[in-house]
Design a protein around this ligand. Structure first.
Ligand code: FES
Length: 104
């Protein structure tokens, strides 16, 4: 069963930006899309580069800064090559101004 872990303050997230955080040993990427927080693995599925290391966010897509793979932030699905495998996505919730992420 998933355990919600505190990750970061909600006010660290800004639309159009990706923020990396390590939670319970997982390298995670956090986003704000239309005011709603989302979380994916921070590791691009192409060659494991960090999406938070300069990744470009447009709408609900994140583009890897290394070779340009694109992923849907909400679902993790690949929306542009060269990645093939989807990103893992994690459930989030907000409590008292902090973002919690479900780790299982
Ligand atoms: S490492 Fe992300 S596209 Fe290559």
């Amino acid at each position: 069963m998933a355990r919600f872990q505190p990750a970061l303050a909600l006010d660290k997230l800004v639309d159009g930006w990706v923020v990396g955080a390590s939670v319970d040993g997982f390298l995670l990427a956090f986003y704000l899309v239309d005011g709603q927080p989302y979380c994916t693995s921070d590791l691009c599925t192409h060659e494991a580069s960090l999406l938070s290391d300069g990744g470009y966010v447009e709408g609900e897509e994140v583009e890897c800064p290394y070779h340009g793979a694109r992923f849907n932030i909400r679902t993790g699905e690949v929306t542009g090559p060269p990645a093939i495998a989807p990103l893992r996505v994690f459930a989030v919730e907000v409590r008292d101004g902090r973002v919690y992420v479900a780790i299982d």
